[in-house]
Design a protein. Structure first.
Length: 93
């Protein structure tokens, strides 16, 4: 059996860490659960991983909950998470 996981580390920006620290307890747990899934397979359909457009070009979004998203950039050796928030907080609508 082959391992399809990318060999990249997951890192969080200071801004992401601050947003996570301020998030409600249930969101903190949801982020942990989401990161466990992401680490296993970043492209599992459950995460709804997709690239963003326009001012967010080069950034991907994954679902944390029905309304919360985590944004990251995929780089050569890492996934760099930079933002966390509700759909409205991140995109304004």
């Amino acid at each position: 059996m082959t391992d399809n996981r990318p060999n990249k580390r997951i890192e969080f920006s200071p801004a992401f860490q601050k947003l996570l620290a301020r998030a409600p307890t249930e969101i903190k747990q949801a982020v942990q659960d989401t990161m466990d899934l992401f680490e296993e397979n970043p492209y599992t359909p459950a995460l709804r991983n997709h690239p963003l457009k326009k001012e967010y070009a080069g950034v991907n979004s994954i679902d944390v909950t029905g309304n919360w998203r985590a944004l990251y950039r995929e780089e050569a050796e890492r996934f760099y998470f930079s933002a966390l928030g509700t759909h409205e907080e991140l995109y304004g609508s």
